[in-house]
Design a protein. Sequence first.
Length: 389
Amino acid sequence: MLFFLIMFVIGTDTFLISPLLPTLQDRFGVPTEMAGWMMGAYTLGSAVFALIAGPLSDGWDRKKVMLSGLTCFAVSTCLCGFAVDFWTMCLFRFLAGVSAAFTAPQVWASIPTLFPPAKISKVLGVAYAGLAVSQALGVPIGSLLAASNWSLPFWTIGLFSLLLAVAVFFAVPSMKPHHHQGTKPSILKRYVPLLESGKARGTFLAYFFVHLGSSAAFAFLGKWMTDRFYLSIDEAGYVIIFLGLGNFLGSLCSPYVIKALNQFQTMAVGMLIIISAYIILPHVSSVNIVKGVYFFIFAILGILFPLMVGLLNSLNPTIRGTISSLATSTMNGATTFGAWMAGLLYAGFNGYSAVGIFTGICLACSLLVFITSGVLSTQAAKAEAKSNA
């Protein structure tokens, strides 16, 4: 539950500023083309420093890294509520992203260390559910709290994060590195095993493709619904709740689905279904159908993402912090590039259909790379050997 709550506050902070953008834009006198940097500063800080945080955390006690990162995250998020202009808000958002880069990867890297193999996939699903719930509730929570004061959402998330830091101090055991202090490799050298492994390169490329496609579709979902169905901002925001609920349900069901099928079948069937759904989605004629389709898509993504995180962590158990941080950076980079591509496609081809096709192509590439990398067959062989033993 603690890991669930940590991922929930980090995810909520990511989505928190979205409903506040019009208010903050008016308050700070920022033009529309620059207002997005109040969101982008967070992602930029997380993407860049995740590459540093992971290798460093592999040589330190993960509990201390998590505790320090969560405390700094709480302080920097609270400071956002005291921002006096556009640049101070971007600075505090950047610092919050940096802090998140040190905190979130420790959650993913700690689970395989603290829990037995039989429970790892289930706990990963619960932790990922925290992100899913934040996706469903982040926008309405931010809007509700900001109704009385725009600073209140930042202060609330910051204070709650500080309470979680206290809980980490008392509840999470120390997780010191296994190697001796005199044999610590440099930050760059920690990435060498991943760069030299074709399986690792393929797995991270597949992870990039899946976030590239899904982020492109998500980025212009609100604009498409407004253009096609003439929805207000509030009505478009309610659709996001269905995405989060589907994601939450899928993440909870993930370990059971993987156990009933297997990793290869779960990945293949899930990807093929959502590829078809994304291509068909732009042509539906009802908002209710859109809600149902996106609930279904994100339920499947909720099943697949914990599986992907598990595959990444299995690449090299000795550098899980590096792996988790590189995965975070990969996700943020794909999100940024996906949103940019979606804008070009939506404007260039006058609609959401091109975005849906682009998403389908990205997911197809992801599935192909996952299969050809060999990571799925390797995990299947390990499971079979364990079953025979």
